[in-house]
Design a protein around this ligand. Structure first.
Ligand SMILES: Cc1cc2nc3c(=O)[nH]c(=O)nc-3n(C[C@H](O)[C@H](O)[C@H](O)COP(=O)(O)OP(=O)(O)OC[C@H]3O[C@@H](n4cnc5c(N)ncnc54)[C@H](O)[C@@H]3O)c2cc1C
Length: 454
């Protein structure tokens, strides 16, 4: 069996390593137009900020691929002929496959703004983007970042660490309004404030102005403001990279359409990770998942199917994490940004505005816990998942909060205050001393038994 994988991101590489384990004799070839070796895309910002060198972002040494008999081809696949099972590469060669995985990732979205093709206007997705950003922001005074999501805040931090003033345009009335409730968004806003990053909420990009020589000079916002700048970062989302799939009869919509086994419409061709669109996502799941950890899960799942062990993809309980300047963020399960019928939430915030916890739970008995948001404190993935899966009551969770907390010092310091706050806000559900009794044993179990995903 010759498995060809297009894309050496987390999805493609996880699939390759899993197939190597399941079928030691398989021939496996990874094709990537971006880089010969796999690197960690989520670490791009740290290279710009000087915290890591490019070689530090490679999880495996360059010897690893030969050692594991994984063929590497540094080229872009420009055409796919599924009836002949043949790929055309931009280096003038062709590549035949028995089974094919499309793990082509995403590309930055552009909305047709006037001036979006000027020099100094870009998204941040790939190594060439990083190089362009390093080149075009060298020695400049101000950059405008368009978009109030995770990449927007990363771009702002990146510019800030190089002494460049970022101005951030956020469409919503608050930061990441579609995901964060107002209280959590306020904490992120404080990070912007403390780092002297001006943010224009409720404001979109209308137009990018050039300097007459093809370079960006300013942006005009929907509020009519003209902001002078020498660079514009577009962080308004990504879209599946369909370039190769579109040259073939593989069925696409917004992404490459796949069934529960990550099979495309063409036998022997699979798609996974950012580029895949699930025809029938599970309840509460989205059809296109553009996350590092879901890419890894899909890569592992599809490898089993490729090796003849048909396995349906199940994402399980939602999880995500990020960092907003100095504020770490984790979310688990159902954590809507707006009040939702049938769901209550308890919110605690430390007086420093550097730590907060929100616990979502059923409004009606048995008040099962449905989700968490944590800012500035680290929760244990396995514990939170278990509580959600087993529908633990909010009382049980609050009584045993220490079991979920990574930072024992923090737990000792703040747990009492969190429980007291909960008892004040929800006297009818007040956590009793008796409920808290088993805490020590649980803490011990957590420290011994659970391991972190990060
Ligand atoms: C700056 C940044 C920060 C991020 N931070 C986080 C985070 O904190 N947490 C999180 O969960 N997610 C994060 N993400 C998203 C996460 O990185 C992606 O979801 C994940 O990398 C997708 O993996 P993938 O393997 O599916 O695709 P990719 O990593 O995009 O890999 C696809 C590869 O295929 C190559 N390719 C495409 N077409 C062809 C072709 N025709 N021929 C050859 N090669 C081709 C591409 O060049 C690319 O190298 C971040 C993304 C970015 C850009």
């Amino acid at each position: 069996m010759h498995l060809v994988i297009i894309g050496n991101g987390i999805t493609g590489v996880t699939c390759a390593l899993t197939v190597r384990r399941l079928q030691p004799a398989a021939r496996i070839t990874l094709v990537s137009g971006e880089s010969i070796h796999h690197y960690s895309r989520t670490a791009l910002m740290y290279v710009y900020m000087g915290h890591l060198r490019y070689q530090d972002t490679k999880p495996y040494g360059d010897w690893f691929w030969d050692e594991n008999r994984l063929g590497l081809v540094h080229a872009t696949a420009t055409a796919l002929n599924t009836s002949e099972k043949l790929l055309t590469l931009d280096n003038g060669t062709t590549l035949a496959y028995d089974q094919l995985l499309l793990a082509t990732g995403s590309e930055s979205k552009r909305y047709g703004w006037p001036g979006q093709d000027l020099a100094g206007v870009q998204g941040l997705y790939s190594l060439p983007d990083l190089e362009a950003m390093a080149r075009d922001t060298h020695g400049i005074g101000r950059g405008v970042v368009v978009g109030g999501g995770l990449i927007g805040v990363e771009l702002a931090e990146m510019l800030h660490t190089r002494g460049i003033e970022p101005v951030v345009l956020v469409r919503d009335a608050r930061y990441w309004g579609a995901v964060l409730p107002p209280e959590e968004a306020n904490l992120v806003d404080r990070q912007f404030h403390e780092n002297h990053v001006p943010v224009r909420y409720g404001t979109e990009l209308r137009e990018i102005l050039g300097d007459g020589r093809g370079r960006v000079r300013a942006v005009v916002t929907t509020a009519g403001e003209e902001i002078e700048c020498q660079w514009v970062g577009l962080a308004t989302g990504v879209t599946p990279n369909l370039g190769l799939a579109k040259t073939s009869e593989v069925e696409t919509d917004k992404g490459i359409l796949v069934d529960a086994f990550l099979r495309t419409s063409v036998p022997g061709v699979f798609a996974a990770g950012d580029c895949a669109q699930h025809r029938q996502p599970g309840a509460g799941e989205v059809p296109i998942e553009q996350l590092w950890y879901t890419g890894r899960m899909q890569g592992e799942t599809v490898a089993h199917t490729i090796c003849g062990q048909a396995t349906a993809y199940r994402r399980g309980i939602w999880f995500n994490s990020a960092k907003f300047f100095n504020l770490e963020y984790q979310t688990y399960g159902q954590a809507p940004s707006e009040p939702t019928p049938g769901l209550s939430s308890f919110y605690w915030e430390h007086a420093s505005a550097r730590a907060a916890l929100r616990v979502y739970f059923q409004a009606e008995a048995p008040h099962a816990v449905m989700g968490f948001n944590a800012l500035g404190l680290r929760l244990r993935h396995a514990v939170c998942e278990q509580w959600i899966r087993e529908q633990a009551s909010v009382g049980t969770v609050l009584a045993h909060l220490g079991a979920a907390n990574f930072d024992p010092e923090f737990a000792r310091q703040h747990e009492k205050a969190i429980v007291a706050d909960f008892n004040r806000q929800f006297p009818q559900l007040a956590v009793t001393l008796k409920q808290r009794k088993g805490l020590r044993a649980l803490l011990r179990e957590a420290q011994e038994g659970f391991s972190s995903p990060r």
